[in-house]
Write a protein of this length. Structure first.
Length: 668
C-alpha cells in the first residue's frame, strides 16, 4: 500500500470516529432511535422533536485536528491528497468536506451510517448539512457554505459534484467523481470520458513531437518561464504550416519541465474542457490543443476558472471576438531542419548523407518519427539496407493532399542520369538544389531576405523550346530533394469571372506553403505574362491578376518552377523575383546522339542496323521529339515482331517532322 493510499485510509478511520460521535449524539436525542422503520417515515414523536428545534449539530472533537497533524508528520506532505490540495488551492475545510464525501467510495460501511444520519435510508451519501456537521462547522456559517459555491475550488475544479439541486441546500447530496477518487488512490489512468480525446506526453521531457527542450524563435524564449509561474497564461500560437504550432507548444511545455496533455480539437467539445483541465491540474501538466478550426475552444478555455498552462494553436489569426480575455498571441516559429531528430529515429550507420537527404523537409518531430518508420518499413519490404530513396518515400507520405484539387501529383521517377544537358545548365540545376537545401540558413538564420513579409521560397524559371527538358528537369529536381512534383492545371486555375483566378492561385500557393513539394507552373506565360497598357476593363483586370502574382511570389515559402517556351513573354517584374533563370538550349548533334542512345537503352531490343550517329546528324529534334520518335519506332517494331530497326527509327523521325510542320531532309 502506498503512502498516499495509507494516508487516505487513515484519514477515513479518523472520520469514522467523528461519525460515531455524531451517531451517538443523535441516537441519544432521537426518541425513535430504536424504531426499525426509522428513516422510512416521520412519526409523531419525531415530528414533535423536530418542531422543538434543529437538534444536535456540529460535534466538537478537540483531538481530531491533533490526530490529523500527527498523521501528516508520520506520512509527510507528499501524498496525493496534499498534491491535490496544493494544485487546486484547497483549504483544510475543503479537504475535510472532500473526505466526508469520498468515504462511501472507500468504505461501504459509511453508506448505512450516512443513511442513518440523513434520517433517510435511501440517501447513502453525505449531504451538505451532514458534511458541515462532521466538519464541526455550523450549517449557518456563510464562509463554510461558500465552499460549495459554483466558483469555489471544490466545485470549479470538478472535485465535488452537488446533486439533487432541486432540494434545499443542506439536503443536497455530495459525490466525488470516480476519476478524483482513483487519482487519490494512486491510479493515473485518464478519465474514461476523455478516452480518444487526450493523450499524455512524458513528464518534463520532450514528447514524441518535441525535438528538444529549447524553444526556438523570437517571442517564445520566455514562454517556458511563464508556464512555470503561479499565473500561467492562455497562449494562442499562429502557425503557418500544419503542426508547427502544436510542436512549438509541446516544446515550450517540455522546456518548462511539464508533462503535456495533447487534446484532439476535433473531439474536444466545450463540455469536456473542465475534465481536461482537472486532469491537467492533477498531473501538474500543460494542455496543448491544435489545430483549431475556430475560436470556440479559445473562448471556453479563457473562461475556465482553473489556472492551468493552456497552449492552443491554429492557422487562423486570432480574432478578439473569440474571447473577452486576451490570450498571449504568438507566431509559431518555422521548423528548422532537424537532422538530429532524424538520426535518433534511424538505426546504426547509414550509407548516405542524412543531412543532405533531409535538409528540405520542414517537419515536426512527430512527422519525422512517422516518416522514419515508413522508410524502415519500405526498406524491410525491399529486403535492402535503408537508403535515401526509402527515406524520401516515407517523407512524401507526411504531406497533406489538399493540393490535388488544383494540381496533378507526379511521384518523381527520373534522376540526373536521365538528363542530357550542357554542363552549364546542369550546374545551374545543381545550384538550384543547393538553394532549396540551404534556404533556411541563408534566408532565415542569416536574414538575407528579411522584412516586407518576404517568404523563404525558391522560385526558378526554365526557358527553352518545347522538348528541351524543362519539365523533366523539374522532376529531377523534385527527386533529388525527395519531394513530390505538383503540376498546376491551368484549367483548374483560370476562370472567366473577375477575381476567381486569383482566388484559385491563392489556394494553390497557400497549400504549397503548408507542405513539402515542388510546384510546377507549366507554360507559365499563361498566368505570368507581361502587363499591358490599359485600354479596356479586361486589360485592367488582367493587370490586377499580374500584380497579385507579383505580391504572392514575394511571400511564397515553398519551391516553385515556372516553365515557358517564350521567355520574352514573362513580365520583367516577375524575372526580378526569380532566384534563377535557366535557359535550356536546343541540343547539338552530340547531345542528340546521347538522347537517342538513352531512349534506346535496355530493355529496348535494338537491331544491328541502327545508326545513331545518322539519326543525330540528320534529324534536328529536341529531346521530347526524339523520345516520341523512339516510342513510334517501338510500336512499329512490336507490331512486326522484331527488334527496333533503323527503318523503324526513320519512320518515327519522319512523323515527328510532319507533326512539327517541318520539311524532311532531302536525302531520305
Amino acid at each position: 500500500m502506498t503512502d498516499s493510499t495509507g494516508y487516505l485510509l487513515a484519514r477515513v478511520e479518523l472520520l469514522r470516529a467523528r461519525v460515531r460521535l455524531l451517531v451517538e449524539e443523535r441516537a441519544g436525542a432521537d426518541p425513535s432511535a430504536g424504531d426499525r422503520f426509522r428513516g422510512l417515515y416521520v412519526g409523531p414523536e419525531t415530528a414533535r422533536r423536530l418542531a422543538d428545534g434543529p437538534g444536535p449539530g456540529a460535534v466538537p472533537d478537540p483531538g481530531y485536528e491533533h490526530a490529523v497533524l500527527e498523521l501528516a508528520e508520520t506520512v509527510g506532505t507528499a501524498t496525493r491528497a496534499h498534491r491535490l490540495a496544493t494544485a487546486f488551492g484547497l483549504i483544510d475545510l475543503d479537504m475535510e468536506i472532500l473526505l466526508v464525501a469520498l468515504a462511501p467510495d472507500l468504505d461501504r460501511s459509511f453508506e448505512p451510517l450516512y443513511g442513518y444520519l440523513n434520517d433517510d435510508v435511501s440517501r447513502r451519501r453525505a449531504s451538505v448539512g451532514l458534511a458541515l456537521d462532521l466538519c464541526g462547522t455550523p450549517v449557518t456559517s456563510a464562509p463554510a457554505r461558500a465552499r460549495f459555491a459554483a466558483g469555489a475550488p471544490l466545485t470549479a475544479g470538478r472535485l465535488l459534484v452537488l446533486e439533487d439541486t432541486d432540494r434545499p441546500f443542506l439536503s443536497r447530496g455530495l459525490r466525488v467523481p470516480d476519476r478524483v477518487a482513483a487519482f487519490l488512490l494512486g491510479d493515473d489512468a485518464p478519465d474514461g470520458d476523455l478516452a480518444g480525446v487526450v493523450r499524455l506526453d512524458g513528464g518534463g521531457v520532450p514528447g514524441p513531437d518535441v525535438p528538444g527542450p529549447d524553444v526556438p524563435g523570437p517571442g517564445l524564449t520566455g514562454l517556458a518561464a511563464r508556464l512555470r509561474g503561479d499565473d500561467p497564461p492562455l497562449v494562442y500560437l499562429l502557425e503557418d504550416r500544419p503542426g508547427t504550432g502544436v510542436a512549438a507548444a509541446r516544446s515550450a511545455a517540455a522546456a518548462a519541465g511539464l508533462p503535456v496533455l495533447v487534446a484532439d480539437p476535433s473531439r474536444l467539445d466545450a463540455a469536456l474542457v473542465p475534465s481536461v483541465l482537472r486532469e491537467a491540474l492533477m498531473r501538474g501538466a500543460a494542455v496543448v490543443a491544435g489545430p483549431l478550426a475556430d475560436g470556440v475552444l479559445v473562448r471556453t478555455f479563457a473562461g475556465a476558472p482553473l489556472k492551468v498552462p493552456v497552449l492552443l494553436a491554429g492557422p487562423l489569426p486570432f480574432d478578439p471576438a473569440w474571447s473577452e480575455t486576451q490570450p498571449l498571441v504568438l507566431d509559431a516559429p518555422a521548423q528548422a531542419p532537424a537532422a538530429g531528430v532524424w538520426r535518433a529515429e534511424l538505426p546504426g550507420e547509414l550509407g548516405f548523407d542524412l543531412d543532405a537527404a533531409t535538409a528540405t523537409y520542414r517537419f515536426t518531430a512527430g512527422q519525422i518519427r512517422r516518416a522514419a518508420q515508413a522508410a524502415l518499413d519500405h526498406a524491410a519490404l525491399d529486403g535492402a539496407p535503408l537508403s535515401a530513396a526509402h527515406l524520401h518515400r516515407g517523407a512524401r507520405l507526411q504531406n497533406a493532399g489538399g493540393l490535388h484539387k488544383h494540381a496533378r501529383r507526379i511521384v518523381p521517377a527520373v534522376g540526373w542520369d536521365d538528363l542530357v544537358l550542357p554542363g552549364e545548365v546542369a550546374g545551374r540545376l545543381h545550384e538550384l538544389v543547393q538553394r532549396a537545401r540551404h534556404r533556411d540558413r541563408v534566408l532565415g538564420e542569416w536574414r538575407l531576405r528579411s522584412g516586407g513579409g518576404r517568404g523563404r521560397g525558391v522560385v526558378a524559371l526554365f526557358a527553352g523550346e518545347s522538348g528541351t527538358g524543362k519539365t523533366m528537369s523539374a522532376e529531377v529536381l523534385a527527386a533529388e530533394l525527395g519531394l513530390d512534383l505538383y503540376v498546376v492545371e491551368l484549367s483548374a486555375v483560370v476562370d472567366k469571372y473577375v477575381g476567381e483566378t486569383e482566388k484559385n492561385l491563392e489556394r494553390i500557393f497557400t497549400e504549397a506553403d503548408r507542405m513539402d513539394a515542388v510546384l510546377l507552373f507549366d507554360e507559365a506565360d499563361a498566368v505570368f505574362g507581361k502587363r499591358s497598357d490599359v485600354k479596356d476593363a479586361h486589360d485592367r483586370y488582367a493587370n490586377l491578376e499580374s500584380a497579385y502574382l507579383l505580391q504572392r511570389l514575394e511571400s511564397f515559402g515553398g519551391i516553385a518552377v515556372l516553365t515557358t517556351n517564350l521567355r520574352a513573354n514573362i513580365d520583367d517584374a516577375f524575372t526580378r523575383r526569380l532566384d534563377l533563370v535557366i535557359d535550356f538550349p536546343f541540343p547539338d548533334p552530340a547531345q542528340r546522339r546521347a538522347l537517342w542512345e538513352h531512349c534506346l537503352a535496355p530493355p529496348v531490343p535494338v537491331g544491328g542496323d541502327v545508326d545513331l550517329d545518322r539519326c543525330a546528324r540528320e534529324f534536328e529534334l529536341a529531346g521530347g521529339a526524339i523520345r516520341s520518335a523512339v516510342v513510334t519506332a517501338g510500336y512499329l517494331a512490336a507490331a512486326a515482331g522484331h527488334p527496333v530497326t533503323m527503318d523503324d527509327l526513320l519512320a518515327g523521325a519522319r512523323r515527328e517532322y510532319r507533326k512539327l510542320g517541318r520539311l524532311l531532309p532531302g536525302d531520305i
